[in-house]
Design a binder for this molecule. Structure first.
Ligand SMILES: Nc1ncnc2c1ncn2[C@@H]1O[C@H](COP(=O)(O)OP(=O)(O)OP(=O)(O)O)[C@@H](O)[C@H]1O
Ligand SMILES: [Mg+2]
Length: 270
């Protein structure tokens, strides 16, 4: 049994100043997890919270590029701990991309080495007090996201999916994944949910819509909202500027605000 004088593992010390940790996950790649993680972080910051963004997607750490952050910004303190990059008054970022030599080369480390690097990466960051830490997990429900999620005790899960059937199958996998790790599930976001034509304004449900809400109901989980396909989300992602910052007044930004209201409510009660 653990003695109360035992020194807690570094990771817990490292994360203990963080009030709420939220792991953004998806059973499948390319559904908009990083986009959602970045825009939620900025919406939380806009509401006055101090926010950390942790990009642990070793094979595709895209958050710095989405937010226009350079690798050169990285600094270390006297204990050799990484100091998160301040990307706005209220937001700090640490990304796996900062550790990779060359963003165009694939990571080919084998499992145990890779996990060692990730563990060290999580331990060696000097996080100060934060209201929220938003964690962009690698896609899927395999060993890698599993091992990383296990390294982040007391995290909530937030599931992102698109409305297609195949993506919905992956929602079920994500739900089981979170349950297996005893992570409370804040809810499900349906991303790329319909397309509002920028010319005529007419909405088309290219990939159908409503499937995630149905899955949420089925599993008795909160449904957090539908983010439509929006060409400005692609544009801002490519330009290194958060969508909700540049287009605060557009309906898709309001949807992120509503999602954040639900997130706040959930973490206050759980
Ligand atoms: N609602 C949206 N409307 C339009 N484009 C979007 C939307 N959400 C995401 N995208 C675009 O889709 C692409 C994939 O998004 P993103 O990188 O966030 O997905 P991901 O789930 O993090 O992918 P990966 O599994 O590779 O990490 C990006 O080009 C992004 O700009
Ligand atoms: Mg991603």
């Amino acid at each position: 049994m653990a003695d109360e004088n035992d020194t807690p593992p570094t990771m817990e010390v490292n994360l203990e100043h963080i009030k709420h940790k939220i792991a953004v996950m998806s059973g499948k790649g390319g559904v908009g997890k990083s986009t959602v993680a970045a825009n939620l972080a900025f919406t939380l910051a806009w509401k006055g919270y101090s926010v950390g963004l942790l990009d642990v997607d070793i094979h595709g750490p895209t958050i710095p590029k989405m937010l226009g952050v350079e690798k050169e910004n990285l600094t270390f303190d006297s204990d050799n701990k990484m100091i998160p990059v301040k990307i706005s008054e209220k937001i700090k970022l640490v990304s796996m991309a900062f550790l990779l030599e060359d963003e165009d080369s694939p990571v080919i480390w084998r499992g145990p080495i890779k996990m060692g690097v990730i563990r060290q990466f999580l331990e060696d960051v000097r996080w100060e007090e934060l209201d929220y830490l938003i964690i962009d997990l690698p896609p899927g429900t395999g060993d890698e996201p599993l091992n990383i999620a296990q390294m982040l005790p007391d995290s909530y899960a937030l599931i992102v999916s698109t409305p297609q059937d195949v993506a919905l199958l992956s929602v079920r996998k994500s739900i089981n994944f979170a349950k297996m790790l005893n992570m409370p599930i804040i809810g499900i976001i349906e991303n790329m949910s319909g397309f509002a034509c920028p010319h005529c304004g007419k909405r088309s449900d290219i990939f159908k819509t409503g499937g995630c809400e149905q899955a949420a109901n089925e599993f008795k989980l909160p449904f957090l909202g539908k983010v439509p396909i929006d060409s400005k989300i692609v544009e801002t992602g490519d330009d290194g500027m958060p969508f909700v910052l540049k287009y605060k007044e557009l309906p898709s930004s309001k949807i992120f605000e509503e999602i954040v209201d639900k997130v706040e409510n959930f973490v206050e009660k759980n």
